[in-house]
Design a protein around this ligand. Sequence first.
Ligand code: HEC
Ligand code: HEC
Ligand code: HEC
Ligand code: HEC
Ligand code: HEC
Length: 373
Amino acid sequence: MADAQIRRAKALFLMFAGAISLMLLVLGLYNLVAFTDSVGFCGTLCHDVMYPQYTAYQASPHSRVACAHCHVGSGADYLVRSKVTGIPLIFSTLTDSYERPIPTPVRNLRPARDTCEQCHRPERFAGDLVRVRTTFLTDETNTEVTDARVLKVGGGQDEVARDIHWHIAANVWFVSQDAKRQEIDWVGVEGAGGYTREYIDPAATGGLTPAQINSEKRLMDCIDCHNRATHIFRSPEYLVDAAMVEGTIDKSLPFIKKEITDILYPAQPSLEQANAALEQIKDFYRVKYPQIYNTKQAAIDKSITEAKNVARLTTFPHMQVTWETYGNNAAHQESPGCFRCHGKLVEKTAAGTGPTIDVSCDLCHVELSQPLK
Ligand code: HEC
Ligand code: HEC
Ligand code: HEC
Ligand code: HEC
Ligand code: HEC
């Protein structure tokens, strides 16, 4: 009798404890999920690992968009998947065994159409963008050079879509066999009942079999161009020019562009060293331009402070990341970008090969002969 009572008490206790721990577990998991989705978790807990991405993100147009909006999106399925695939990353962070720099492209990133299109609607894109770029030479007067071009962004749906965002309305498939998707071997534009046009790399030997194409093809989406939508690693030169336009770096200071960029190229071994070197710009003015040193102290100090900010956005020795680590696919200057296909692949025809994908300079942008002033 005492035995049965004890057993019942035990069972009751276990049930009670079980319910409590289940509740705690659910609550805990919920909080963990919410916590690991917060910008703080991604950027701070993995402070070291993702520091470059976090820093670039904070200075980007998406700085108010939570990491999970692009990396997870909505829906339970991807939430679970991203957490599961995140576990090796957390583990490698703890054991300090992660890859430096973090490899890209992100293999299991959710299709951009599910995430970007929560906010951007490609069918609503229309028209052109005017981009004005002001740069400064490294001479004594920091000579200003301005050029402006109209980017034909275009857009629209299916039949009427045109220009740069045509790739999104059309179904453009491609095969790339290198991990960074920089070498493109095959492109197919899908229409009713198959590929209406196919393009191949004339320099490649052999060619891909239909089976290889089928198993390796990827539907081109936003991040095949906008891979740097938010982790935009700008060069020191770009950032210094921008600060000079803004006025945070005073363009009336002789040789200011040269003084700063001489220090920031190549990247300094550490941010502390970059900051210390930038401080010495004061000595340059004290020795070479005493008059300016005496009358423009505040402007010199402010310019040095801003130059340190440029160093902060470009110096990530711990992760072996510089502004050159992650190429931007939405351009063609510093990495192949658009020229992975344009000017490289040729159309496949019944007779053999046809014309190369257009690379004329006015296909994508038109230079304005009279820069806006
Ligand atoms: C506007 C969308 C967006 C937001 C917001 C965003 N990311 Fe990303 N992120 C991307 C895309 C797109 C890529 C993939 C680039 C590729 O695959 O080539 C990426 C790639 C990465 C990479 C891989 C390395 C690299 O630079 O390609 C890391 C690490 C990363 N993101 C971390 C973060 C963290 C941490 C946050 C929040 C502080 C965040 N991301 C917020 C879109 C975003
Ligand atoms: C939660 C909403 C949201 C999501 C998700 C989002 N964006 Fe944006 N995006 C914005 C907003 C808002 C701006 C405008 C910011 C500004 O002008 O200050 C913007 C701006 C942009 C711009 C223009 C940047 C520039 O230099 O002017 C591009 C390109 C872009 N987004 C691409 C993407 C891509 C690609 C993705 C998916 C990987 C994405 N966005 C996901 C809200 C979002
Ligand atoms: C073929 C490459 C390519 C693809 C694919 C692509 N874009 Fe773009 N997009 C560009 C270029 C180039 C620009 C203009 C320059 C820039 O902003 O980088 C641009 C501009 C934009 C802008 C800024 C428009 C403005 O008026 O400010 C947004 C937002 C944008 N794209 C979102 C997207 C989204 C969302 C997708 C996927 C549904 C997408 N893009 C697919 C190349 C592409
Ligand atoms: C994966 C290959 C690929 C990449 C990468 C690519 N394109 Fe294209 N693009 C094509 C193909 C294929 C066509 C169609 C060519 C034809 O009609 O002969 C095309 C057509 C175009 C057109 C003409 C669209 C129209 O109005 O008919 C423009 C503009 C364009 N691309 C701009 C860009 C820009 C800008 C980039 C880089 C941000 C880019 N492309 C990257 C494959 C690519
Ligand atoms: C397939 C599309 C495409 C073609 C063809 C093309 N460009 Fe571009 N170009 C771009 C894009 C996209 C950008 C980036 C624009 C931006 O982000 O502001 C760019 C940027 C540039 C810039 C840099 C502007 C700057 O501010 O840094 C120059 C210069 C340029 N292109 C010259 C050329 C020349 C010369 C040709 C002909 C050989 C050419 N482009 C052909 C798409 C193209």
